[in-house]
Design a protein around this ligand. Structure first.
Ligand code: SF4
Length: 364
């Protein structure tokens, strides 16, 4: 019903008070907020109206929409129908054709300056933007109209945040990020291939709780999601420290869950909360599943992080993902050397130990 709080709506969908508080606790944890702020989050969600949201899709693979559809905290039903008022989403909405276009126009007209625009996919600028048109308008013109009148824009996925794979060399469509296509708008980047939907929910919850957007790093990403290095939270880190590396896909180290650094893992230079919140109801994330981190939440990752299976120090452009703001490319290169030296030191120690004891130094 109109005027009901978010909690009222959630209650009617069978969400208990206990589950609601659990959700608020999970959001506080994702946002790296102290537990003392859980009541404030709960109060905000109980009292605030759900924000109107429109979701635009341009040059993308729909991976972020897939991530949205797999949201678990809350479930997709709660997220789409209760927490957020998704008034326009090309892939999942019921209206089509002119009816759908009217939904979008109505939001821009009736909620000017108050709705959230979510953009998935990059925006092509080459040849007048003809490579992505919807309803006879180019993606650029639509983004200008919709994002230009929004309270804020959330660029979900690396394509919307930085151009992503469509912008990889030779970038045939002249693909750019939302921020580049519509300069001057307020944008929160939630990169990742795909983004983690819990970071999207947390961003909206943060806004509802504090009335402002979360603090961002120099790449426009929230610190709560991109403030910590993957390597420092990785469950394989003890194997890195012990010099136990996977050296071939399917070898014994791979079967035993050892470190993927030698297989090209970019975790030592990537900043995202993947190891903490994981994907698909906290089921797993790429490194847990046995594949190294590709550093997908950074600009130009497809160009600078390839070949993906080459060890970090030899990757062209290595160091582009520095400690968010402060550490420059030069320092990152030193860090890379440090990682390499660390790995070498461990290998030497293991070799010495092996020679001393006659044991297999690379095995547990
Ligand atoms: S190099 Fe990769 S797999 Fe190894 S500890 Fe770091 S993040 Fe984990």
């Amino acid at each position: 019903m109109e005027g009901d709080s978010l909690f009222d709506k959630l209650s009617r969908r069978g969400v208990s008070r206990r589950d609601f508080i659990k959700f608020c606790s999970a959001m506080a944890a994702t946002l790296a907020l102290p537990s003392s702020l859980i009541p404030r989050i709960a109060e905000a969600l109980e009292k605030k109206q759900k924000p109107v949201l429109v979701w635009l899709e341009y040059q993308d693979c729909a991976g972020d929409t897939e991530a949205l559809l797999r949201a678990s905290k809350p479930t997709v039903g709660e997220l789409v129908l209760d927490i957020l008022s998704v008034d326009y989403h090309e892939t999942i909405m019921a209206p089509a054709g002119t009816q759908a276009e009217k939904s979008l126009t109505d939001v821009v007209k009736n909620h000017k300056g108050k709705y959230i625009a979510v953009v998935e996919g990059s925006i092509p600028l080459k040849d007048g933007g003809v490579y992505c048109c919807i309803g006879g308008k180019t993606a650029k013109d639509l983004a200008k109209e919709v994002c230009g009148n929004a309270l804020a824009t959330i660029a979900v996925g690396t394509c919307a945040a930085y151009g992503g794979i469509p912008a990889a060399r030779p970038n045939p469509t002249g693909a750019v990020s939302v921020k580049e296509a519509v300069p001057g708008i307020t944008v929160v980047n939630l990169p990742g291939c795909p983004m983690n939907v819990e970071n999207l929910t947390a961003t909206v919850v943060y806004y509802l709780t504090f009335g402002s957007l979360p603090a961002l790093d120099r790449l426009g990403r929230p610190y709560f999601a991109h403030g910590k290095r993957i390597h420092d939270n990785c469950e394989r880190r003890s194997h890195f420290d012990a010099g136990q590396f996977v050296r071939k896909w399917g070898d014994e180290g791979h079967r035993r869950g050892w470190c993927l650094y030698e297989m090209g893992c970019k975790g030592p230079e990537a900043y995202m909360n993947c190891p903490v919140i994981k994907y698909n109801e906290g089921t797993s994330w790429p490194v847990q599943a046995g594949h190294g981190c590709l550093g997908c939440a950074t600009p130009n990752f497809w160009d600078v992080n390839t070949p993906f299976y080459r060890r970090l120090p030899h990757v062209p452009g290595f160091g582009v993902e520095t400690t968010a703001d402060k550490i420059g490319v030069g320092i990152a290169a030193v860090a890379a050397a440090g990682v390499a030296a660390h790995a070498v030191a461990h290998a030497v120690r293991k070799k010495e130990s092996k020679e001393e004891t006659g044991t297999q130094g690379d095995k547990k």
